[in-house]
Design a protein around this ligand. Structure first.
Ligand code: NAD
Length: 699
């Protein structure tokens, strides 16, 4: 049973019990409705308390039911809330830990609410492109006031019960419990106190007004327009809350319902829901059980205090895990530490971090020049130069000094992890932890699974990723792993577009209009064009037969490495990051075109976007088919969190699904007929071809 009924003298306590967050799926709704009816039928019961077992009152609807008939199946959430609201006996909601979405809407259907301090309260539906659909937009403004309620609904952010209790004239909580431990007793006492109150107070009967009326809502609409240009949901939230102030309760409810149904079908909401589920799926490895025993990670060592090493170390310091850093020279350590401290100080200046937190974090950091000092670390992450010889030196040393069972990780972007593992006599303990730059900011972590990587090592690093607030995706071993292997094809297409007639700004603009955080050329300037140059040189032999535009090499030969040299695909003014069109680069591209005998043609935004995005899709289809990625949705998560793919498009694979794979394949055939492109690349990957032929999708 996912809800329990227990009589405590004259009060019935109904406890939602559907781990992990007491989601209100069909079974739980049925159990709750049955318990409500039992309480009504028992003459000895005078009042009812609803609460949640474990770590939540309720986290809300079961997202897996969205769009499925189960969500509407009776008793649906509306019916359950109506049952509670129309109860002949008073119903008290005893709220603790987490009260979100449908959970809060259920509480708002109760006659009284008592909350424990520190309870997180939210209507987060907007984060998946929806609005609260079980009365949240109509009832919350009635108890909290229009403005605080609208802020919560439009942002989806959680607010602590203690803060909400301070909102002037709020009726959300009738009482605050002294502590979570005493909540149950205090809820029982409240239930007994109100047992004879009639008529029962109902939120729906409260007035709902804003003194400025329409003018306020116009202001609110303008605000959300600026903040959420690609998403329709926030504006609809404003409409629905306005309806609460202008319509009768039942009409407002009907308005909310229509708006919800409309949003449910939007591509934006479907993309966000896809990403929500994709992120959960990514944390599961098909052949590694969820209950696999993990190795403890109490101390971490980082080799190399450069760009990546420093950022990687900060993740662990932020999570309260001690870090020891090793470098070859004291100066390198000093430089690395100064950069880390500088990053923290910048956060303090912006008011994002308190000085004492900075001190605590830096106190967890120690340094050394001697491998012998690292021996007792549970996890060591190597972030030295991207050179197999240097990696060999480091891993041989680690093999010598690290305690048995320590996890040995490499942050390599492109090198063969199996080869790196072979430098040790403990290949089962070696794993790739591919952080993205800046490593203390970017959410993505590619976990690279070597041929011999042990399952408990994988289970450990997946759990560790959560602790340091990263979203981990597992990749098999191949050059570039998931993300960078795809970006190679994307960059190649971007190069061909220059050869054929585009300017860097035209390509970037088209991609940014599509929604990418940054177009390919601005991204190159930020990351450093020399990185790609070095990789191309290393790959020169194995990629000898592959076609590339020479423009990127020509750019690097001029020393235009990007922002760090003040010049790349664009010009940069000292101390500024604005990308200014460069006459030199445009001339360089035109000269190159002439040397190939190409006359520039005009290329539209649609072709630019399709060639770049479909190049990702086709390479990804190979990656999924080869088993490098466990599932297509993992690709979407990699691109969302590692490469700035727009969330409203749901990731490259979901975008392709949305367009229809048949259409994607047709477009590829067109691109293949372009003599300046790479026809061989555009042969659809077998998985893509098959799905398209069967009328199926990746997801
Ligand atoms: P970096 O040049 O900024 O830093 C490397 C550091 O390693 C330097 O401080 C150097 O002194 C130190 N080092 C070199 N050899 C050493 C040794 N034998 N022992 C101890 N320290 C040594 O390089 P980075 O950009 O931080 O890259 C490090 C690794 O991370 C590379 O494998 C790279 O491919 C990978 N990576 C880089 C990025 C990125 O965007 N920069 C992103 C993901 C992964």
């Amino acid at each position: 049973m996912t809800a329990h009924y227990q009589a405590h003298g004259d009060v019935a306590v109904i406890t939602l019990d559907n781990p992990p967050v007491n989601g209100l799926g069909l079974a739980t709704r049925k159990a709750l409705a049955a318990a409500m009816q039992q309480a009504q039928a028992d003459a000895a019961i005078r009042a009812i308390v609803i609460t949640g077992a474990g770590k939540a009152f309720s986290g809300g609807a079961d997202i897996k039911e969205f769009g499925s008939p189960k969500a509407l199946q009776e008793p649906n959430l509306h019916s359950v809330i109506a049952l509670v609201e129309n109860s002949a006996k008073p119903v008290v909601a005893a709220l603790h830990t987490v009260v979100m979405g449908g959970g809060l809407e259920l509480a708002l259907g109760c006659h009284y609410r008592i909350a424990a301090p520190g309870t997180s309260v939210a209507l987060p539906e907007v984060k998946i492109g929806l609005l609260p659909g079980a009365g949240g937009t109509q009832r919350l403004p009635r108890v909290l006031g229009v403005e605080p309620a609208l802020n919560m609904i439009v942002s989806g952010e959680a607010v602590q019960s203690d803060m909400l209790a301070m909102v002037p004239k709020q009726k959300l909580f009738d009482a605050m419990a002294t502590s979570a431990a005493t909540l149950a007793d205090e809820a029982l006492a409240l239930a007994r106190k109100v047992a004879d109150v009639r008529p029962l107070p109902r939120v729906r009967d409260l007035p709902c007004r804003h003194p400025q009326g329409a003018a306020y809502f116009q202001f609110a609409r303008n605000m959300v327009k600026g903040m959420s240009k690609n998403f329709p949901a926030p504006a609809r939230c404003v409409d629905a809350v306005e309806a609460a102030t202008t319509k009768k309760f039942d009409e407002g409810m009907a308005y909310e319902r229509d708006a919800l149904i409309e949003l449910m079908w939007t591509s934006e909401s479907r993309s966000l829901r896809h990403l929500f589920l994709a992120e959960r799926a990514a944390s599961k490895i098909p052949d590694v059980d969820a209950d696999t025993a993990q190795r403890p990670i109490r101390k971490v060592a980082v080799i190399g205090a450069g760009t990546m090493g420093g950022g990687i170390a900060m993740n662990f310091l932020n999570a309260g895990i001690p870090v020891q850093m090793l470098e070859m020279k004291q100066e390198a350590l000093d430089r690395g530490l100064a950069t880390m401290r500088g990053n923290y100080e910048a956060q303090v200046k912006k008011g994002k971090l308190k000085q004492d937190k900075l001190d605590q974090r830096m106190a967890l950091l120690s340094t050394t020049l001697a491998y012998e000092d690292l021996g007792d670390a549970d996890l060591v992450i190597e972030a030295v130069f991207e050179d197999i010889g240097v990696k060999q030196t480091v891993f041989e040393a680690l093999d010598r000094v690290m305690k048995p069972g320590a996890i040995l990780a490499s942050n390599t972007s492109t090198l063969d992890l199996n080869r790196i593992a072979s430098f040790t006599a403990r290949r089962q303990d070696v794993v790739g932890l591919h952080f993205f730059s800046p490593a203390n900011v970017m959410k993505l972590l590619e976990v690279v699974r070597g041929e011999k990587t042990a399952k408990d090592v994988l289970a450990t690093v997946m759990a560790m990723a959560k602790k340091i607030r990263k979203t981990a995706v597992v990749s098999g071993v191949c050059d570039g792993f998931i993300g960078n292997r795809m970006i190679e094809q994307y960059a190649r297409q971007a190069g061909f577009l220059l050869d054929e007639g585009c300017t860097p700004q035209q390509v970037d603009k088209a991609m940014e209009k599509f929604g990418m955080a940054m177009g390919p050329f601005r991204m190159g300037d930020l990351a450093g064009n020399d990185i790609g140059w070095a990789i191309r040189k290393r790959r020169a032999v194995e990629r000898a037969s592959m076609k590339y535009s020479k423009t990127a090499d020509l750019l690097c030969e001029r020393g235009r490495f990007g922002q760090k040299t003040g010049a790349g695909w664009y010009d940069y003014q000292a101390g500024k990051r604005d990308a200014l069109p460069s006459a030199e680069v445009l001339a360089m591209i035109e000269e190159h075109r002439q040397s190939l005998g190409i006359t520039a043609r005009k290329i539209g935004d649609e072709e630019i976007v399709q060639r770049l995005v479909f190049s990702l899709v086709n390479e990804a289809a190979h990656i999924v088919q080869e088993g490098i990625a466990s599932r297509a949705s993992d690709i979407d998560i990699v691109y969302l969190y590692g490469y700035g793919f727009p969330p409203h498009r749901g990731g490259p694979m979901r975008y392709a699904d949305e367009l229809g794979l048949f259409n994607v394949v047709q477009a590829m055939q067109r691109f293949a007929s372009n003599p300046l492109d790479d026809a061989a690349f555009w042969t659809p990957a077998p998985l893509l071809a098959q799905l398209a032929a069967d009328g199926k999708t990746f997801n």
